[in-house]
Design a binder for this molecule. Structure first.
Ligand SMILES: [Cu+2]
Length: 228
């Protein structure tokens, strides 16, 4: 009996040593615990998907390389600016606009240039979906509400959700405007990246929140990540 016992003891010892060796190797870069926290914060960023696609083959090799890949991308790939390029909806072929978004204290600042619109005021907003596939722009859904539900805003709401203001279009059909979206971000739950932007036919009516009754949708675009 004794030799058998000592053989199995030796086998157990060898197995446990191997197991210890494995887990030591996995845990070795203890800095990973810290960098993981940083990369978790940025997991909602659309870019992480792009970079992990690039790193796809390395990710297959194990946890270590994927942890390194995501910690590398967290600072360098952070969106630092965004852009929406709007095109006219059906029957509004001449309408175009470009809106550039930059993070500022407490929100996101934006500058807009537009051409090919009818002279007068045109309300424009961030809409829930970055989908301009329908000819009338309605595929972009309702307005994006930064402070609560977009689909079911509170009944007593006294503001126009997703509002970017009114574009004041001159006789030449062009407009320039800028403003600030309080509480917006280019990352996280209130990220505007991937949302739609719609320019409407009429001005906002502040007495009709949360949508503002600005009429039909004349131009539609999607907010994407821009070169800083
Ligand atoms: Cu709108």
């Amino acid at each position: 009996m004794k030799p058998v016992l000592s053989i199995s003891a030796a086998v157990l010892l060898a197995i446990s040593m191997t197991a210890c060796g494995d887990s030591d190797t996995q845990n070795k870069p203890s800095e990973n615990a810290q960098t993981n926290t940083a990369s978790e914060n940025s997991q909602a960023m659309p870019e992480d998907n792009g970079s992990s696609e690039d790193q796809g083959e390395q990710d297959m090799n194990g946890d270590e390389s994927s942890a390194m890949a995501s910690s590398q991308s967290s600072s360098e790939d952070m969106p630092r600016a965004a852009i929406a390029v709007l095109h006219g909806t059906q029957g509004n072929d001449d309408a175009t606009a470009t809106i550039r978004f930059t993070p500022k204290d407490g929100g996101v600042a934006y500058t807009t240039t537009a051409t090919g619109l009818a002279p007068g005021k045109h309300g424009y907003h961030i809409h829930l979906y970055g989908d301009c596939s329908s000819g009338d722009g309605k595929s972009a859904g309702t307005h994006f509400n930064l402070k609560g539900s977009s689909e079911n805003p509170p009944k007593d709401i006294d503001r126009i959700t997703g509002d970017l203001g009114d574009l004041e279009v001159g006789d030449d059909g062009s407009a320039n405007a800028d403003g600030m979206i309080d509480g917006a971000s280019l990352t996280g739950a209130k990220s505007i990246i991937g949302r739609g932007v719609i320019i409407h036919a009429k001005a906002n009516d502040p007495s009709q929140p949360p949508i503002g009754a600005a009429g039909s949708r004349q131009a539609c675009g999607v907010i994407g990540i821009a070169k800083p």
